[in-house]
Design a protein around this ligand. Structure first.
Ligand code: ADP
Ligand code: MG
Length: 256
């Protein structure tokens, strides 16, 4: 059973501390939502888990499959079975969605076994078709250049398709706070719900309470001032919907 264990994580940028002791564990088969108002460090946490070089970890650990991953490169983290969706995915003109996915799958196979000859084209096509059908995606999508001219919703679709094709054990999805319209929200939610399984653990990061009407997480966490100040089950989402974050701000005066 894989799990990602974040303990007492402190991190920042240019000497400014943003995360002030984050503790969180996500196991395969579980869906967690990380909520919180803007500017509380949610994306910072996602970037650090992804291995973004611009952030500095000053204290704490992140273990995945029993390994401290903070020293690993992003691609090594991915090969271990972590999937980290980019909040602002880059466009790769000239590389189709299908080619991108095949390259990603092959590099992962090669890392596991240097003699691996890669997935055959018929095998890859069949897998991609099956995954796209599962996500109710038009097959034309696979032939388009990755993220080039994609709408916000299409970028989300491409992310979910990557997740479906790479079959990670733990996926971390940071949703853009700006530009996340209700359609994009639905795409992500439907995708997560479709891919939901015993072998996939998901951390959905969002400030958008409405996502909880679409994805039913088993665990809800609230971040305020760089720390998780409250965790609970789905009932916490209902409390948030009714009361917002003010009750937590009052309880945690130093947090913001
Ligand atoms: P959230 O995703 O919860 O909205 P962020 O992680 O994006 O929050 O930001 C947390 C805090 O860190 C904010 O105060 C933000 O201004 C600051 N921050 C994030 N990235 C940078 C950066 N590159 N340089 C300086 N401050 C940053
Ligand atoms: Mg953010």
């Amino acid at each position: 059973m894989s799990e990602i264990v974040i303990s007492n994580l402190h991190a920042g940028i240019d000497g400014k501390e943003i995360l002030m002791g984050v503790d969180l564990t996500v196991k395969q088969g579980e869906i967690h939502a990380l909520m919180g108002p803007n500017g509380t460090g949610k994306s910072t946490l996602a970037y650090i888990l992804m291995g973004h070089p611009k952030y500095e970890v000053t204290q704490g650990e992140v273990y995945f499959k029993g390994r401290n991953i903070l020293d690993l490169e992003p691609d090594e983290r991915s090969r271990l079975g972590l999937f980290l969706a980019f909040q602002y995915p880059v466009a790769i003109p000239g590389v189709s969605v299908a080619n991108f996915l095949r390259t990603a799958i092959n590099s992962r196979r090669k890392a596991e076994n240097p003699d691996d000859k890669g997935i055959t084209i018929p095998e890859f096509r069949a897998m991609l078709k099956e995954r796209m059908d599962l996500l109710k995606m038009d097959h034309v999508f696979a032939g388009r250049y990755l993220n080039e001219g994609f709408s916000g919703g299409e970028k989300k679709r491409a992310e979910i398709l990557q997740m479906a094709a790479l079959q990670p054990e733990i996926a971390i999805l940071d949703e853009t706070d700006s530009g996340l319209d209700i359609d994009a929200l639905r795409i992500v939610s439907d995708g997560v719900n479709t891919l939901r399984s015993e072998s996939l653990g998901v951390l959905v990061i969002t400030h958008y309470q409405r996502i909880l009407n679409y994805i039913k997480p088993e665990f809800v966490h609230i971040m305020l001032g760089g720390r998780i100040v409250e965790s609970g089950g789905p009932e916490l989402a209902l409390t948030l919907e009714k009361q917002g974050y003010d009750w937590l701000r009052e309880r945690e005066p130093i947090s913001s």
